[in-house]
Design a protein around this ligand. Structure first.
Ligand code: ATP
Ligand code: MG
Length: 391
């Protein structure tokens, strides 16, 4: 028996003429993320809404688990399943179905066999084949048949030459393959929200580079380690993530010296966008992802968001803007960032928050404060000290 992994991609399948582009992106992602196993795997072909990936070597349980985890965290994949392939010939199918069942059914109380015939030119019906395989399993293992609520299901898909035998259909995260919507920067703090925002952007097909603004030595280097861990987790979805660490302490000091305290946070945020534009200028990046959620903190009123974003020509995308915290927390747990996000850290912005921050900033007033600062010099200095890591 040979083994294949069938990978389904429904949403891409719906994309009409662009379909081959989306499939190319998904294949590139698979090749990148499955690189450690490339000697064991071979993408055979794409048919309909599926990629057929052949397992060419012997794989142990750990390797199988690693491959499974990668497929479960690859945007664009809706479902996948490991199948054994056997020759389409009734006696062979029954024999191999029995061999496949061994080791899987012993601890189950009941089972059913579900047969689907893609090839209708066989001398047996789906029902006959299901009954014959079912009877053979009962005779061998003594397990009861239960058609309506079985503990275990054996699937048999009869195709023209090869028949697929499998028992578990695994759910992927769906969405679009990373890279198919282009590239973006992601503002990544150590908090709960921004990793979730980044995740949602990747699932919409964006390839991300993370940007973190820190105030070391005023803030502890531990907060950077935390962001590196978050970028590492997010990187597992897109096959590694580059993290740019931008020091903003000097900018903060200059803001504190020269401007009115209630605008501090707004001005700092404007620097973040300006720095992002500079970084993006050398690439083809046009969007920046943020974890802003309306009304959550002082900087997130409509007036403040407008006064901040007036400074940038990039497209700010904030997937969480209208989501409530409960939903965001649930998502953070699901994608594996929550436990790291809740670890204590000192935050470049939190330390810098004035006692009475402006919540209804007027653009003219913000511009006036902004113009007291030598932004070009400050931005150049920050960029000169920016460090880059691959997480
Ligand atoms: P988070 O949980 O992501 O920190 P938040 O609800 O605490 O978000 P803010 O702290 O106001 O909200 O930040 C809003 C957004 O600005 C963040 O989601 C993030 O995208 C960006 N941001 C804030 N601080 C930083 C930072 N130090 N480095 C990079 N991005 C930041
Ligand atoms: Mg925050």
């Amino acid at each position: 028996m040979n083994e294949l992994v069938i990978i389904n991609f429904e949403e891409i399948y719906l994309k009409g003429e662009n379909r081959s582009f989306f499939i190319k992106k998904l294949k590139e992602q698979l090749q990148k993320k499955l690189k450690p196993f490339q000697h064991l795997l071979r993408i055979q072909r794409v048919r309909g809404g599926s990629i057929f990936m052949e397992i060419t070597g012997n794989i142990d349980e750990q390797t199988r688990e690693d491959i499974r985890r990668i497929l479960k965290t690859t945007p664009g994949i809706t479902q996948f399943y490991f199948v054994k392939t056997v020759k389409t010939e009734k006696e062979t199918i029954i024999k191999e179905a029995l061999a496949y069942t061994r080791g899987k059914i012993e601890d189950k109380d009941s089972f059913r066999v579900t047969v689907k015939r893609i090839d209708k030119n066989q001398p047996f019906t789906s029902r006959e084949l299901a009954a014959d395989i079912g009877a053979a399993i009962v005779a061998r293992f003594g397990t009861k048949v239960n058609l309506t609520g079985p503990d275990w299901t054996l699937y048999v898909k009869v195709r023209p030459e090869q028949t697929f035998i499998y028992s578990e259909i695994e759910q992927g995260i769906g969405g679009l393959p990373v890279g198919s919507s282009g590239k973006a920067l992601a503002f990544l703090s150590g908090g709960i929200d921004s990793p979730v925002a980044a995740y949602m952007a990747m699932v919409r097909g964006l390839h991300l580079t993370a940007l973190h603004f820190h105030s070391v030595p005023k803030t502890s280097p531990k907060s950077i380690e935390k962001v590196e861990k978050l970028a590492g987790i997010l990187g597992s979805y897109q096959g590694g993530m580059r993290l740019l660490l931008v020091p903003v302490l000097e900018i903060q000091q200059e803001i504190a010296r020269k401007t009115r305290s209630k605008f501090r946070l707004i001005l700092l945020r404007r620097f973040m966008y300006k720095i992002a534009s500079e970084i993006a200028r050398e690439t083809d990046i046009k969007a920046v992802i943020t974890g802003d959620s309306l009304g959550q903190v002082a900087s997130q009123t409509l007036e403040n968001l407008l006064a901040i974003r007036a400074v940038t020509d990039m497209l700010p995308i904030s997937p969480l803007i209208a989501l409530d915290k409960k939903f965001i927390i649930r998502k953070a747990r699901e994608i594996g960032t929550y436990d790291i996000s809740i670890l204590p850290h000192d935050d470049a912005c939190a330390m810098f928050t004035p006692e009475r921050p402006e919540t209804r900033a007027k653009l003219e007033e913000v511009e006036r404060e902004w113009n007291r600062l030598d932004h070009e010099k400050l931005i150049r200095q920050a960029l000169g000290k920016t460090e880059s890591r691959l997480c």
